[in-house]
Design a protein around this ligand. Structure first.
Ligand code: ADP
Length: 546
């Protein structure tokens, strides 16, 4: 310890204090000291003198070492405190040291005091050093904690920045992808435009709202406009009567999102005051979720086709008018011939002429047969005209189908003695419909069966119950038969099976067309079961009247 060592001596007996000082000096200790002996002076000295060590007598008249120690602990807890006293007993000394007193020295053996002071001071210095170290450590720890906290904050900041950077990176990537897509769209758009320019049609595209944003080369060629020149687009080239229908249809499409097509006339700039017909079609282009992104449309020149179509329609009309007119013209004389033939046959019978001139009856019978055929053909042709003009009217009466088939079979058998027509009637029923027309169907099927089978063959007619409260009437022959692939076609108008055998039979190809039409209009159906060379079975099915 340096010369600054300050010793506070708590002693009421001055000689004892003196002895202590001397002992200290004797051992070469350099120090300054103060002597106190009351609690008040002790407290004051602690604050003012600030001793490095305290040497305290055990018992004083108004004070004692235990009280002094407590005061010291409160005001200067680190300062060493040695009790210097007479005999206080070994146990007392140990208890005092346990309670915190630094050491004890006996007044009788003051020689031990200096080493104890030295040890106490060394301890104190070491403690002080440790304390300083601890303080330094604590400061460093705190600094470390603060640094750590800062690091944590910085770390958080870094994390935030990293997250921001990753978001920014993602955005960049997306933007890059978008750019790529746009590039692809641009490339495919330019490819599409090149393709559109190669097409013979006029092609256009429009935005979602229908604003046209592209026309191909053909549009400019046809209209003679230049890009950006014609604001009104279609409307300025359309025939004035087609403007409104066109506008309406287009606006409807935009509203509903439905594709559409319309035939319109466009001004022909090469032939002033004339127009050409175009088929205009448009449809929406949708994205992956079904939203309309734009519209694409084409206009195809159908002027020539339309002209041909009109021509065809006119030819067809002329043909139909001709058939109608011819049938009407033929009907009157043929009916008259039939009347006269029947009259002659009656006279023949009445006057028994056939007994001496049998060939007359035979000839009249043949004439009657041929005239009946002719009448049927004329009736068929007239019916055809009626169907084509929607004028074939059907009665709706209740009648016995069984009876009708029976009568028809009898009539046909009478006029066709070279064939046997047999009726197998398993089922008897009434139906609602046009008796005459159903009879016509039966006659047609049976006369066909006769016509397309060999002389002497027998024709079988069946009436059978069918499912769903219907009746089947079948006509079966063993004639030339019909190949499967012809089954549908023979019900078409004017269709006749082509072939060497078939050519030998006369006919117009109208009979089955009419039969099918009549049966369908009675809510029925007509079917065929046949193979070439193996005969045929024609069956029509009709609902039974309940
Ligand atoms: P067509 O006046 O020519 O007989 P249809 O319309 O009655 O006209 O018949 C159409 C075609 O169906 C006939 O040309 C014939 O080739 C074929 N056909 C109809 N009925 C029979 C049958 N029973 N056997 C064989 N072929 C038939």
């Amino acid at each position: 310890m340096s010369a600054d060592l300050k010793i506070l001596i708590v002693e009421d007996i001055l000689t004892d204090a003196d002895l202590i000082q001397r002992e200290l000096k004797k051992s070469g200790l350099s120090f300054t000291s103060e002597i106190v002996h009351t609690a008040g002076s002790f407290e004051a000295a602690l604050e003012r003198f600030v001793p490095n060590i305290i040497l305290c007598d055990y018992s004083l008249p108004s004070f004692d070492a235990v009280s002094a120690f407590k005061i010291k602990q409160a005001l200067a807890p680190d300062t060493p405190f040695i009790i210097v006293s007479g005999i206080i007993g070994e146990q007392n000394a140990v208890d005092l040291i346990k309670s915190g007193v630094t050491d004890y020295a006996s007044k009788e053996r003051l020689v031990t005091l200096v080493p104890k002071i030295n040890r106490a001071l060394t301890d104190w210095e070491e403690r002080a050093e440790k304390r300083i170290m601890a303080e330094k450590l604590s400061i460093q720890t705190e600094a470390l904690i603060i640094a750590n906290k800062e690091l944590v904050v910085q770390n958080e900041e870094n994390k935030k920045r990293a997250a921001e950077l990753s978001i920014a990176y993602e955005k960049l990537q997306k933007a890059g992808e978008e750019l790529k897509k746009q590039e692809v769209v641009l490339i495919s758009e330019s490819n599409l435009r090149q393709l559109a320019d190669l097409m013979p049609q006029m092609v256009w595209t429009a935005k979602q709202d229908g604003m046209i944003d592209y026309y191909n080369k053909q549009w400019f060629e046809y209209t003679g406009f230049e890009e950006g020149q014609n604001e009104e687009g279609w409307l300025s080239v359309l025939h004035q009567d087609d403007v409104e229908p066109w506008r309406k249809t287009f606006n409807d499409s935009i509203k509903t999102g439905n594709p559409f097509q319309v035939e319109s006339r466009f001004k022909d700039r090469k032939k002033p005051l004339t127009h050409r017909w175009f088929l205009c079609r448009w449809l929406p282009v949708k994205d992956s979720v079904g939203n309309i992104t734009r519209w694409i449309g084409t206009c195809t020149d159908i002027n020539d086709a339309k002209g041909k179509q009109e021509e065809l329609q006119q030819t067809e009309k002329r043909r139909a008018d001709f058939i109608k007119m011819v049938s009407h013209e033929l009907k009157t004389p043929v009916t008259s011939i039939k009347g006269y033939v029947e009259l002659l046959m009656m006279i023949l019978e009445e006057h028994k002429i056939e007994s001496f001139r049998p060939e007359i009856k035979n000839s009249l019978f043949r004439i009657n047969h041929q005239v009946s055929r002719l009448t049927r053909l004329i009736t068929e042709m007239l019916d055809l005209s009626r169907i084509e003009t929607g004028k074939l009217e059907l009665k709706n009466e209740l009648f016995s189908l069984t009876q009708l088939v029976n009568d028809a079979v009898e009539d046909i058998s009478f006029t066709n003695p070279n064939h046997t027509v047999k009726l197998y009637s398993e089922f008897s029923c009434n139906i609602y419909g046009d008796r005459g027309r159903i009879e016509q169907v039966i006659i047609n099927l049976v006369t066909n069966a006769i016509k397309y089978s060999a002389q002497g063959d027998s024709i079988d007619v069946y009436i059978t119950k069918a499912k769903d409260n219907c009746v089947d009437v079948s006509v079966k022959d063993n004639g030339i038969g019909i190949d499967k692939h012809e089954h549908q076609k023979i019900f078409e108008r004017f269709y006749r099976v082509d072939g060497k055998v078939e050519e030998t039979y006369g006919g117009f190809g109208i009979g089955l067309f009419l039969a099918n039409e009549i049966i369908e209009r009675h809510n029925g159906s007509i079917n065929i079961d046949s193979e070439k060379g193996k005969g045929a079975v024609f069956t029509f099915t009709l609902p039974v009247a309940s």
